[in-house]
Design a protein around this ligand. Structure first.
Ligand code: SF4
Length: 392
């Protein structure tokens, strides 16, 4: 069985106005690079055994801003992960990078350490939009970061873009996509802005007299943006992800297909399928993670795992884990592999979700092929709605 490892780095220089990730603002000099790496390695040491029978296919450094982490510490953690879990010959190692944080030479050091894919948080190539979002970097720095990663790193590049900004027009969004594609990434992630009720960006937009983008406009941006990206060589393969098949994100593909993943670091989540159930756990946030002891399992058995004290652990029973599998798969253009689903859950998805799936097929929101059940091009625009219908 294939395995992904996710390593969370929870520090950022400043909080963006829309962020709801587990991250805290910290001065660069105050980041405990080595102490945090030590904590991650302690956790790896205790928890790797439960995942050791798997084949490690992907390591993903996410955040927060992992490009703030001293490259030598990233290298140390990566080497330990490889040593503990073994690794496929062509292991994919991704690191999320903020364009405002790449010191000269950093990409070369990271490449040397084994990072072969970089996910750059460009978010916009418009200076006013970047200021509104509260990003620490300019559009010029984003372009420079792409050039630097190419020059120094020789890594595969993914670029993130946010759309549906307050006051944004459809033409502006399409222009942004054109500019982003012109930078020549291998992969694009385009996300519709979603704001928590207390996100500072709400107040900032109000003060600037910018109205939130209406839902219909955001839907239009999704449809027109998808066409624009496909024409530029980036076909959609998941709700927010665009790339030719060989350049798809392996880490995300593992998660969507229901493979196990081990999450290390503050607030990181893990998932281990146990038969037809899923064992899910979430580490405590930074304040309680750094010095947290690790408890070893009291008894033997699959569900007995070492955990960081303060983690939440939940055994998701079969009916909910079946739904989780369908929910994730129906966010991807490939949908659910019927044979793989049946091998795990003992019956075809149609046996478990016949009424809603036949109804969705009649409405041309999903296709029921012999080997796969997948959303149609229209259906994937309503991925959340499809999931709710399965739940009902
Ligand atoms: S850089 Fe990313 S994780 Fe950090 S505050 Fe901004 S959106 Fe959040």
């Amino acid at each position: 069985v294939q395995l992904g490892v996710y390593i969370h780095f929870p520090f950022c220089l400043r909080r963006c106005g829309y962020c709801d990730f587990a991250s805290c603002a910290s001065e660069a000099a105050a980041i405990p690079h080595t102490r945090y790496a030590d904590a991650v390695l302690r956790e790896l040491d205790a928890r790797a055994t439960a995942f050791a029978a798997h084949e490690l296919r992907s390591v993903y450094f996410g955040g927060g801003t992992p490009s703030l982490w001293a490259p030598a510490e990233v290298a140390r953690v990566l080497a330990a992960v490889r040593a503990s879990l073994g690794a496929a010959a062509e292991l994919e190692v991704t690191l999320e990078a903020n364009p405002g944080t790449l010191a000269a030479g950093a990409c070369a050091v990271l490449r040397e350490a084994g990072v072969n894919r970089m996910s750059l948080g460009v978010q916009s190539l418009d200076e006013a939009a970047l200021r509104l979002l509260g990003r620490i970097h300019s559009a010029k720095q984003a372009r420079a970061a792409v050039a630097q990663a190419r020059r120094e790193g020789g890594v595969r590049l993914s670029c993130d873009l946010i759309f549906g900004l307050p006051g944004q027009s459809l033409a502006h969004h399409l222009g942004q996509l054109d500019e982003l594609c012109a930078l020549g990434p291998e992969h694009v992630s385009a996300y519709a802005l979603s704001l928590a009720a207390d996100a500072p960006l709400r107040e900032r937009s109000r003060a600037a007299g910018l109205a939130p983008a209406p839902e219909e406009l955001v839907a239009e941006m999704m449809v027109a943006g998808r066409e624009r990206l496909a024409r530029a060589g980036f076909p959609q393969y998941e709700v927010s992800s665009y790339a030719p098949r060989p350049a798809r994100s392996r880490h995300n593909a593992l998660v969507w297909a229901g493979h196990p993943y081990l999450g290390l670091g503050a607030s990181a989540h893990s998932m281990l399928p146990l038969g037809r159930a899923n064992l899910r756990s979430a580490n405590p946030p930074l304040a309680r993670y750094l010095d947290a002891p690790i408890v070893l399992p009291e008894a033997d058995g699959d569900a007995a795992q070492a955990t960081v004290v303060g983690s939440s652990v939940e055994l998701v029973a079969e009916p909910s884990s079946r739904f989780e599998q369908m929910f994730l798969a129906l966010r991807t253009v490939d949908g659910v592999d019927r044979a793989a689903y049946a091998a795990r859950f003992g019956a075809d998805p149609l046996a478990h979700f016949r009424d809603p799936l036949e109804e969705l097929a009649a409405q041309e929101l999903v296709t029921l092929d012999a080997d796969r059940i997948a959303p149609t091009a229209r259906g994937i625009l309503y991925a959340d709605e499809l999931a709710l219908r399965l739940l009902a």
